[in-house]
Ligand binder design. Structure first.
Ligand code: KG4
Ligand code: ZN
Length: 397
């Protein structure tokens, strides 16, 4: 065999044998996965608390903590068993330590630190949004830098990913996140009582009902039309939607808690306005990146991820923005957009490969409920005051 081929095989072998266990507990999903250094998932397990929180009308942090505690041991054990990997064979353990719900983060961190100490393994603390942003690299050959839009129940942000732990934050939400808004609107519409929506998250329910709705019947204003930056705001939009719901209840002569006959149209208009808001900020981010040469001329890429990114309507609108601005749009499949242990294991693999943020087992690590992603340049973006050219977005019904 040629020496270069031997070297290649050996480096592939080294990569494959660098096994990482990833653990996620930042919100309401207890996830674990074992992955090799090439990104192959060897075993995974996920326990979702969605049902419980849907019934109680939102996430109660103490309940989330209790459920993480009750499930973490089993979930990690399951991921390990399915992978056929023994703890002694792991190269490192990665776990989400920021941002998220304090009580939830605490469970994963305590478990992971006890685990790495027991098995004497390096520990890799992970930033949850960084993990969402990098997941795409597990699935596609995407090199740095790339533009990323992350939209979930807890976050909305636009950033340029320049390296595994090197991000430029172009904009973030000033109040709530789009998934949170959709969840609250769904709750206000009592979609749990809808026969087709009883087991769905707010965002999923709204997407389903919007398919049979007329978005033009309710004209919600797209937020922040006069602010030429890349930040987001959804609280005012939720207010507009709530007022429209109240008006409909009055017109239909029903009380709050009753399913409105216009529910599909409200869902369609709400989804459309969220999509347009995301599209406009992303359009400006693409133009800012072009002006400042933040993306490579060759195949500049826009990555869309986070729980809300599984919405097909939002994907279509962003496809149009990507086409107009010359970006290649990549979205991980829905199961990798929502929270899971796989994305944490992948973040561990990336960090281990680069030797960044890999700690000895006895180093004490704290969790951080609030943790901005990267270097915040949103003020520069605002100062650039980029006006958007008018863009006709025609989405097939
Ligand atoms: O990323 P994720 O699993 O958890 C975090 O928030 O970190 O995202 C969950 C959020 C929920 O707010 C849910 O309503 C929303 O993502 N979501 C959707 C869809 N599926 C989940 N929003 C819109 N359309 C969907 N298809
Ligand atoms: Zn998430």
């Amino acid at each position: 065999m040629f020496p270069s081929k031997v070297r290649l095989l050996r480096s592939k072998h080294t990569l494959a044998s660098r096994l990482v266990l990833g653990i996620e507990t930042s919100c309401d999903d207890t996830g674990a996965a074992v992955m090799d250094g090439t990104g192959t998932i060897l075993g995974e397990s996920l326990h979702s608390q969605k049902e419980v929180h849907l019934r109680s009308g939102g996430i109660i942090p103490t309940v989330a903590q209790e459920l993480h505690r009750a499930n973490i041991q089993r979930v990690v054990q399951e991921a390990l068993q399915r992978s056929g990997v023994a703890p002694a064979e792991l190269a490192a353990v990665a776990a989400t330590v920021k941002p998220g719900l304090a009580l939830s983060l605490g469970v994963g961190l305590r478990f992971s630190q006890a685990f790495v100490r027991q098995h004497n393994k390096p520990f890799i603390p992970v930033h949850h949004m960084e993990a969402h942003a990098l997941t795409v690299r597990m699935l596609h050959a995407v090199s740095f830098p790339f533009l990323v839009l992350l939209v979930s129940g807890g976050h909305a942000l636009l950033a340029v990913a320049r390296g595994v732990d090197d991000f430029l934050l172009l904009g973030r939400t000033l109040d709530e996140a789009p998934g949170d808004t959709l969840d609250k609107v769904a709750r206000r519409l009592s979609l749990r009582k809808h026969p087709r929506c009883s087991t769905l998250s707010g965002g999923e329910a709204i997407e389903l009902l919007a398919k049979d709705g007329d978005r033009r019947r309710f004209g919600f204003r797209t937020p922040m039309g006069q602010t030429p930056d890349c930040c987001f705001s959804f609280a005012g939009l939720r207010n507009q939607i709530t007022m429209a719901i109240q008006k409909q209840e009055e017109e239909e002569g029903v009380q709050e808690g009753t399913l409105l006959s216009s529910v599909n149209d409200i869902a369609a208009a709400a989804q459309h306005t969220v999509a347009m808001h995301l599209a406009k900020r992303t359009h400006r981010a693409a133009l800012f990146c072009r002006t400042n040469r933040l993306l490579p001329p060759d195949e500049p890429t826009l990555v869309l991820s986070g729980g809300v990114a599984s919405n097909q309507y939002i994907r279509k609108v962003l496809t149009i923005i990507a086409e107009r601005t010359g970006l290649r749009l990549l979205c991980p499949p829905a199961r990798f957009c929502t929270d899971n242990g796989v994305m944490i294991a992948w973040n561990g693999v990336e960090r281990l490969r680069e030797g960044r943020g890999v700690l000895a087992p006895d180093v004490d690590v704290s969790y951080e409920p609030k943790a901005p992603l990267g270097v915040d340049i949103s003020a520069e973006v605002r100062a650039a005051a980029i006006r958007l050219p008018s863009l006709r977005i025609k989405i097939p019904d």
